[in-house]
Design a protein around this ligand. Structure first.
Ligand SMILES: Cc1ncc(C[n+]2csc(CCOP(=O)(O)OP(=O)(O)O)c2C)c(N)n1
Length: 324
């Protein structure tokens, strides 16, 4: 079933506002550590996850807040995790880079560039061997395409026709290095041909186009047709991390992409097509504001992890040769 346009808008705005609030709470001292914001990239996360089923899985990245919210992650547990509080997704021990919720099919954010790709391919291999009609989607950036983990994962997935989608959020930079200084080709989706599966390019700031491309890829994967590489061309509005002086790009370039903001784009589309009124969109913004106030209150009220739990959850428990 197609997602409702208002749901897509709601999720994208929730991601944007969650991150803006997190950035403020980092300044207020509630949140320690790094924040890698995905502001500007909300359409790739939301469009892709809208084409998945609840029991499909995603592997995320260091820029993962959007992926989690798009797959159903709850802001209050995310905010508590960012604040290093015990009520967070990983008990406050992981922070922004290590949020996981297996019940929602979130295999985890990942501090290792391309680190989620082998995990998604492994999950897809498991689904394939168990004849389960599920699939895995790995999100990664343009920089990750130059890592060995991408090539090894893509090769096996192509060879064994695994139900996996390689979703590259090409925001044109790996930290401060522009894409043309890291790879000899402009369209990274061309890499897929070498591994025997299709590569498609999509406007990563158009949530409906992203949804449609991912829906097609998911259909092919579930029908046994194997992987697809989707390259969503997009842009991050903020630095690589909060505090990045951003000396590697011009104000004009940033302005060019802000004119193509995915949320503004969808907002005008909804209003122009008569799919929503200003009042509908204001009501969504109001509900999000309240949800985020509650998320911050939840984080503030949640205690720090108890010292005696420091080693809990570090290792899986092994029973009958299986790790739990
Ligand atoms: C294996 C590895 N190498 C280097 C780093 C340092 N690092 C963190 S993020 C990043 C850039 C990643 O760029 P990209 O994959 O394009 O993702 P984006 O930040 O653009 O979302 C680098 C080099 C790392 N975390 N892991």
């Amino acid at each position: 079933m197609s997602p409702s346009h208002l749901d897509l808008y709601h999720r994208m705005l929730l991601i944007r506002q969650f991150e803006l609030r997190s950035i403020n709470e980092r300044k207020s001292g509630l949140i320690p550590g790094f924040i890698h914001a995905c502001i500007g990239q909300e359409a790739t996360a939301v469009g892709a996850c809208a084409a998945l089923r609840r029991d499909d899985v995603i592997a995320s990245t260091h820029r993962g807040h959007g992926h989690l919210i798009a797959k159903g992650g709850e802001p209050k547990y995310m905010m508590a995790e960012l604040a290093a509080r015990s009520g967070g997704y990983c008990g406050g021990k992981g922070g922004s880079l290590h949020m996981t919720d297996f019940d929602l099919g979130i295999l985890g954010a990942n501090g290792i560039v391309a680190g989620g790709i082998p995990m998604a391919v492994g999950a897809a291999l498991a689904f394939h061997m168990r004849h389960e009609p599920r699939l895995a989607l790995a999100f990664f950036g343009d920089g990750a395409v130059n890592e060995g983990a991408f090539h090894e994962g893509a090769n096996l997935a192509g060879l064994w026709k695994l139900p996996v989608i390689f979703f590259c959020e090409n925001n044109l930079y790996g930290e401060g290095t522009p894409q043309h200084k890291q790879a000899p080709i402009a369209d990274l989706s061309r890499r897929a041909e070498g591994y025997g599966f299709p590569g498609v390019i999509v406007d990563g700031n158009d949530v409906l186009a992203v949804y449609e491309a991912t829906r097609e890829a998911a259909e092919r994967a579930r029908a046994g047709g194997g992987p697809t590489f989707i390259e969503g061309k997009t842009y991050r509005h903020r630095g690589h991390y909060e505090g990045d002086p951003m000396v590697y790009r011009t104000r004009e370039e940033l302005e060019f992409w802000k004119q193509r903001d995915p949320i503004t784009h969808l907002r005008y589309y909804l209003l122009d097509e008569g799919l929503a009124t200003e009042a509908d969109l204001d009501a969504i913004a109001g509900a999000i504001h309240q949800e985020l106030d509650e998320a911050v209150a939840f984080a503030v009220a949640s205690p720090a992890p108890a010292p005696e739990t420091a080693l809990a959850g570090v290792y899986g428990e092994v029973h009958d040769g299986r790790v739990f």
